[in-house]
Design a protein around this ligand. Structure first.
Ligand code: CA
Ligand code: CA
Ligand code: CA
Ligand code: CA
Length: 411
């Protein structure tokens, strides 16, 4: 994945602002009343989905719990209301909650997601806002498929809020759990990656940073897709693509060649793309957080398995050594440390570690100076700031960070 940088200059702190968008994903949430939680919660469903939230007298353990339903809800993805740490990932069907997930958000605030059909996280795992936790089911003390959901403060179920607004029970509501995803890619074939934001909407958009101008826009994917770009046809320019977590399907598009779909991976996996064999075309792969296993898929469908990382990590891919083949790595969110793996021409496996940025950032990789080696960066969720390591222009690039604010921050 020749993900390469943007031209830009050393645009420290440049604000690309004033877009006509209301922040969908959080951050701006709460100027709300004193009773509002400190955590900027969003609905526990993917961006744009409409769900009905009800309660009833005798609803256990509190009438402030929400039962969420919609048509054909069985098996639908359940996602985190906010970033946090998984306290409980109950994967066996026992007790009233059945299979459930409990997440700690700090400030003594927690959320619970119960009666799940499946659980895709593990205890101790750090999750982002909108990360997949499991699927809707009817396990435990439940008489039909639905999601039982609680917002908890200091051990008690409390009045739920979404996007800073007090929830009205027994109404329908559309999820605005619409996090933006940072990435970088060589959209124009210049050899350098440009920082990019994937903005979720009914028709999602790749917003490509353009210094001093409005971002260029490539529209592709839907609100519930994850972005995954790559040079699918090997012409040196990146092409659009997405991964649909609910169906484990990669969908990519190349002008004049059309759309390609590949079903690969399982629910809970995170997608990666890279040129695993060095033929100039990118292939896809998945990384499973619960096992720390990459499964890289060759163009002919053959699969290579690599163990790296644990459930607190996020996967990355790039050509760390410039040999023309992409390698894998992981980014530990707690220590903001990349662990990069490469294989030398004698088959030896080497791991290198680089700390960059602050905890709870998200990794962004690309070639910032067009030397054929993939470089590292992070996007800081709280401030929407890209921080690219060694991102300055040659020859002064070494050990220099370039910071650019782009995208909408998360809560
Ligand atoms: Ca291409
Ligand atoms: Ca390839
Ligand atoms: Ca390589
Ligand atoms: Ca480079």
């Amino acid at each position: 994945m020749r993900a390469r940088t943007w031209w830009a200059a050393v645009a420290a702190g440049l604000m690309v602002g004033a877009w006509p968008f209301v922040a969908p994903g959080g951050g701006q949430a709460s100027s709300a009343a004193a009773a509002a939680p400190q955590t900027a919660y969003q609905m526990p469903f993917m961006c744009g989905q409409n769900w009905r939230g009800t309660t009833r007298s005798g609803h256990s353990p509190s009438t402030l719990s929400i039962d969420w339903n919609r048509t054909a809800d069985k098996g639908m993805p359940v996602v985190s209301s906010a970033a946090g740490t998984v306290i409980t990932a109950q994967k066996t069907d026992k007790g009233g909650y059945g299979k459930f997930v409990l997440i700690d958000h700090g400030n003594k605030e927690r959320t619970r997601y119960a009666h799940l059909a499946s659980v895709t996280v593990v205890a101790g795992q750090a999750v982002e806002q909108s990360d997949l936790l499991g699927t809707v089911g009817s396990t435990g003390n439940s008489s039909g498929d639905h999601l039982h959901y609680e917002q908890i403060a200091s051990g008690k179920v409390v009045q739920p809020y979404f996007a800073g607004v007090k929830f009205t029970f027994n109404t329908n509501k559309v999820s605005t759990n619409c996090v933006e995803v940072p990435l970088a890619a060589d959209w124009y074939g210049y050899g350098k990656s440009r920082i990019t934001i994937y903005r979720r909407a009914t028709k999602s958009e790749f917003l490509i940073y353009s210094p001093g101008k409005d971002p260029a826009v490539r529209r592709y994917g839907t609100a519930s897709d994850d972005p995954l770009v790559g040079d699918w046809d090997g012409d040196g320019t990146v092409n659009v693509g997405v991964y649909t977590p609910a169906t484990s399907t990669f969908t990519s598009y190349v002008y004049k060649q059309g759309t390609t779909k590949i079903t690969f991976g399982k629910i809970g996996d995170k997608p990666v793309a890279g040129d695993w064999d060095g033929d100039g075309k990118d292939e896809v792969g998945v990384w499973t957080p619960s096992t720390g296993e990459f499964r890289l898929r060759a163009a002919n469908g053959a699969v290579t398995s690599i163990k790296l990382g644990d459930s607190n990590d996020l996967p990355v891919a790039g050509d760390w050594d410039g040999d023309g083949k992409d390698d894998v790595g992981v980014f530990d969110r707690r220590s903001a440390t990349f662990t990069l793996r490469k294989v030398d021409n004698e088959g030896m496996v080497w791991l290198g570690q680089v700390q960059h940025g602050a905890a709870n950032s998200m990794p962004v990789t690309g070639d910032w100076e067009a030397d054929g080696r993939t470089d590292l960066g992070v996007w800081v969720q709280a401030t929407a700031e890209f921080n690219l390591r060694n991102g300055g222009p040659a020859p002064t690039n070494a050990r220099r960070s370039v910071k650019t604010i782009f995208g909408l921050n998360r809560g």
